[in-house]
Write a protein that binds this ligand. Structure first.
Ligand code: GTP
Length: 419
């Protein structure tokens, strides 16, 4: 359930994030030649041997323009409006698009609308040289503004390295692709097909549009978010499972204890006794032997029930169990064997020592304030087991010894013949 919610949230976040980074969180850089680190210039082919004339017209409220008298004395005549950026140049990786408000007027060879070339020129010492006029790598898009709706929006990925420049520069493979990390020049130039005559190039506005976070970084961030969330979920899930297991273990242990306990006297029942014996043997190993077993049976208990009622009988059993427990060391096990009969198991104790303990317990019963002013006594049988296999035999022998105590007149301790 949690995983389903997590996935749903991640999917929504991913889509909203992608959309927001693309459309909502844009930032803009205006290219007008007046901003910090920008300069507006015009060039023509006269520096390359032509004699075209480029004149910068003052901004008349519609943005700067270049009036160009194109003369075909040069092979590739051109006029160009240039916005130059201070070193180290602009890193356009923060941007994804460029918007242009651009007009071009002038004669063409075949009467088609005038073309404009848009350039982004990048600096890299590997090809630019170190002179005052660096050889920048031109990235080009050819446009036909005509009567197009403004602005014209171009993706920066549309800019490709100009083939005429690439052919002149035999660059190694790794330098042949587009590079827009140190752009020193943004320019618009008359088209390659423009005919001689007077042209007008007007750049009312140019803006670079960027995402606040570069798309690559944003996508990397999204991958990180997915991986981080799933890892956090796995961590939480394993912690939660361990807690659930622990809780159910504690519950089942508590339940087991409850099942192994006599509800009236609160001491162990037979199952509880055997379980405790097993644990004792696991912990102490063979050191539990010799192990003494004492059977205790309340005398004339039926009479107590008959004369004073079942409730008094119950209270007598509770008092008997409490007295036994209170007078036994903690390591000795006490259990209700059934009816009015109890068993004591004493680790590391011989039958002789156990008989002494039983005798003290027998006397302790005379000190108890029994219900209904009764004077309750019990008969005791003691036996000894020397190894694990001997435990059941010792139980039977202690039981028999207890019956001998009954027949001998009750309220006494008897040891098994072998013990
Ligand atoms: N009140 C009460 N009586 C119980 C309980 N369990 C067994 N009894 C009774 O204990 C009595 C045991 O009687 P007997 O086995 O004849 O033994 P006794 O009367 O103690 O005689 P001796 O053992 O020979 O001294 C029976 O009447 C059972 O009903 C119990 O949990 N509560």
């Amino acid at each position: 359930m949690v995983l389903r919610w997590l996935l749903a949230v991640l999917v929504v976040l991913t889509f909203v994030g992608l959309y927001a980074n693309e459309h909502w969180t844009m930032h803009t850089l205006v290219l007008d030649g007046h901003g910090a680190g920008q300069r507006l210039l015009v060039y023509s082919d006269d520096e390359s041997g032509g004699n075209s004339e480029a004149t910068l017209l003052p901004d008349d409220g519609h943005g700067p323009a270049v009036r160009c008298r194109l003369r075909s004395t040069y092979q590739w005549p051109f006029c160009e409006m240039v916005i130059q950026f201070d070193a180290p140049g602009l890193d356009l990786n923060r941007f994804s698009r460029i918007r242009l408000w651009l007009r071009a007027e002038g004669p063409t060879h075949n009467g088609a609308p005038d073309q404009v070339r848009v350039f982004l020129r990048n600096y890299n010492p590997a090809y630019a040289g170190s002179g005052p006029h660096p050889d920048l790598k031109p990235h080009e898009v050819v446009l036909t503004p005509g009567n197009r709706q403004m602005p014209i929006e171009l993706r920066l990925s549309q800019f490709v390295v100009a083939t005429w420049w690439a052919q002149d520069h035999q660059l190694p493979d790794e330098l042949q692709g587009a590079e827009l990390d140190r752009v020193r020049i943004f320019s618009v130039s008359t088209g390659g097909e423009s005919a001689s005559g007077e042209h007008l190039l007007r750049l009312a506005r140019a803006e670079l549009i960027g995402n606040w976070i570069a798309p690559e970084s944003f996508r990397l961030g999204l991958v990180g978010l997915w991986m981080g969330s799933l890892l956090a979920y796995l961590g939480w899930e394993s912690w939660h499972t361990r807690r659930r297991l622990q809780a159910s273990l504690t519950r089942s242990q508590a339940l087991e204890k409850l099942v192994q306990r006599d509800p009236l006297t609160r001491v162990a029942n037979r199952d509880g006794l055997y379980h405790a014996l097993e644990l004792l043997h696991q912990v102490q190993g063979e050191e539990v032997f010799p192990l003494a077993v004492v059977f205790v049976d309340a005398d004339h208990f039926k009479r107590i029930n008959d004369e004073h009622g079942h409730d008094v009988g119950d209270q007598v059993l509770v008092h008997l169990a409490r007295t036994l427990r209170a007078n036994l060391p903690r390591d000795d096990l006490l259990a209700r064997w059934g009816g009015e009969e109890f068993v004591i198991v004493m680790p590391q104790t011989s039958a002789a020592e156990a008989a002494g303990v039983a005798e003290r317990l027998r006397q302790a019963l005379t000190q108890v304030e029994w219900p209904a002013g009764l004077a309750v006594t019990a008969s005791w049988g003691v036996a000894q087991a020397n190894d694990e296999a001997g435990i059941d035999l010792a139980m039977r022998e202690a039981d028999q010894a207890m019956y001998r105590a009954k027949h001998a007149g009750r309220d006494r301790v008897e040891r098994a013949a072998r013990a």
